[in-house]
Design a protein around this ligand. Structure first.
Ligand SMILES: [Zn+2]
Length: 211
């Protein structure tokens, strides 16, 4: 994915922020009115760059209406405001993934000072450093993680919500044993094996306490 390149006007705003000593950089600066053109530039760029797909759930939202997209900070602003405008820390996501992810820690070494500029620094699938299809595969509304990063992304962004909706379950499924069972279903080599996996998942799901 090509990172955003700021216009001269946006660059000036970004540079002014990055010149502030780190301890005085506020995560809420992002929401200031003067930052609006920068936010718009970021969204416009990544909506097109991602071909209208959310970086986490891969769902397509065919609109360039910025109100329907969230600017996504892979490393959240509250965890490291110094990366607020770092192009490779930015993408767009759907609102549900962004809300689920919140300000969870997704770095393998949160103490690192400089920007983590490679796949190995992240616990989840990174929109700039990873190939999504290597880590997550979708079968309709069932998410099959193909790697540890895939599993972590599934949990962090609550990607089982689609399955939950499909199955009519209220609440959140995000426990390793459910993921494991879904993974086993995907790997089933025969119809009989698949049916027995489905039966096992059904029993498991029916035993999830309703909220
Ligand atoms: Zn999403």
């Amino acid at each position: 994915m090509t990172p955003v390149e700021y216009s001269p006007a946006s660059q000036a705003i970004v540079k002014a922020f990055e010149a502030v000593p780190e301890e005085n950089q506020s995560a809420s600066y992002w929401s200031n009115d003067e930052v609006e053109p920068v936010r718009a530039e970021i969204k416009d760029h990544y909506i097109l760059e991602q071909l209208y797909h959310c970086v986490y759930c891969a769902r397509q939202i065919v609109t360039a209406n910025k109100a329907l997209w969230d600017a996504e900070h892979v490393i959240s602003r509250s965890k490291a405001s110094r990366f607020m405008f770092t192009p490779r820390n930015l993408a767009v996501s759907c609102r549900d993934c962004n809300n689920a992810k919140g300000d969870k820690e997704i770095r393998s070494n949160p103490k690192r000072k400089s920007f983590p500029d490679g796949s190995g620094h992240y616990l989840i699938v990174h929109p700039h450093y990873d190939t999504y299809a290597d880590h997550i595969r979708w079968f309709g509304d069932i998410c099959a993680p193909l790697s540890e990063k895939g599993t972590e992304t599934l949990v962090v962004c609550n990607l089982t919500r689609f399955t939950a909706k499909l199955l009519g379950i209220k609440g959140i499924i995000s426990d390793p044993s459910f993921d494991e069972q879904v993974g086993q279903l995907i790997k089933a080599k025969s119809k009989l094996e698949a049916l027995s996996r489905i039966a096992a998942i059904t029993v498991y799901v029916e035993n999830i306490p309703q909220k």
